[in-house]
Design a protein around this ligand. Structure first.
Ligand SMILES: O=C(O)CCC(=O)C(=O)O
Ligand SMILES: [Fe+2]
Length: 170
């Protein structure tokens, strides 16, 4: 990102919002194979350790779903919305989903987050310093998390009203 080493540590050294999820996906049935619907992670960076079953897929620029094939001993690193905003779209928050397979799947997912009170806006290194306009207005991280939570607790009738990071786009 052309930022000084240790930038993220200095930017936010508070780890209290981080969490680890141990997930188990039940086998797909004839009728239904949705594990997790298409989404972007709202946080900073997500680390996924998956077993050998597979099912995690990433949407590419052509609109095709590309499987993140299991590789023994590897960790998948997924950038979230916070990095997309900080980098002013230079780094993208990947759209991904999990499609269930005929057998159980297990994954460990570590969400490297940002403190809730943190102000998030495109960094000068990706805007003023390189003569680019900011593509997002600033927001408090918790506010975005609450809007995302509302997507689940009060699902909007119209799909276009579901809040994504584009809510803050300029
Ligand atoms: O289980 C996985 O491989 C990914 C889960 C995921 O995308 C999420 O929890 O946000
Ligand atoms: Fe995810």
């Amino acid at each position: 990102m052309d930022l000084p080493p240790g930038f993220l540590t200095d930017y936010n050294s508070d780890r209290s919002f981080d969490f680890l999820a141990a997930l188990r996906y039940f086998p797909a049935t004839e009728e239904e194979d949705n594990g997790i619907s298409a989404h972007e992670d709202g946080n900073c960076i997500t680390f996924v350790i998956q077993d050998g079953v597979g099912g995690l897929e990433v949407l590419n620029d052509d609109g095709d779903w590309v499987p993140a094939e299991p590789v023994e001993g590897s960790i998948i690193v997924n950038l979230g919305d916070v990095i997309q905003v900080l980098s002013n779209n230079k780094l993208k928050s990947a759209t991904h989903r999990v499609v269930r397979k005929p057998v159980h799947r297990h994954s460990f997912v570590f969400f490297f987050n940002i403190h809730g009170a943190k102000w998030i806006e495109p960094l000068p290194e990706f805007t003023a310093k390189i003569g680019e306009a900011a593509r997002y207005r600033g927001f408090v991280y918790n506010e975005y998390m609450q809007l995302r939570m509302r997507n689940k607790t009060h699902p909007p009738a119209r799909p276009e009203d579901v809040v994504h990071i584009t809510h803050y786009a300029i």
